[in-house]
Design a protein around this ligand. Sequence first.
Ligand SMILES: [Zn+2]
Length: 221
Amino acid sequence: MDERTVREQLVAAAQFLKNHGLLFRGEHANLSQRLDEDRIVMTRGGSIGQLTVEDLAVVGLSGRVLSEGAMDPTMQEVIDMHTRIYRARKSVGAVIHAHSPHLTAFAVAGKALPLVYEPLLRFGLTEPVPVVPWAPRGSQESVDAIVAWVEGHSGIWAVLMANHGPLVFHEDILSAARLLATLDEAAELVWKAQALGGAQPLPEAAVDAVRARMALFGSRR
Ligand SMILES: [Zn+2]
């Protein structure tokens, strides 16, 4: 994929997040997508409500900014959080951090999101979305804890940073944006299901059954 297309897809994803209510009032978020084996394209600033193709920078997976023009200091802080996920899992093509309201409530409550909503299985999730203990955003302690989940659990495609919000990663930026939308939906449903007696677990065999149907019908989600 050429750089122009990657930039346009990131802008389209930012628009998708905004249109679907996945940015909270501050519109704070950071997004990136893989350009090739060694480079990603990443947002430069902290608010993505009005993102344009110019508001993006090329960053090496070593963490070095390769584009002209400075990154906003708040972004410099989170480069590691993105690049180390790509390095930890080669199949990751995009990373999104946004304060989507329902999922962020789970992060603030320190509650893992249980895997009880079938559409999530279509994204390859096989485990609850875990909570990573609080440490300052982008700090080595925080990023090490996130990467430990990414490396150790192939069925995990999102984590919740305690007292902060979600971090989602997937094969490309639109599938990552859709995954965030589906996770936020799941968080809202689990919360509402509390009033109805609580969410019920999926049957043990659900993951395998959904995989079999995906193979049969060729549709991922
Ligand atoms: Zn944040």
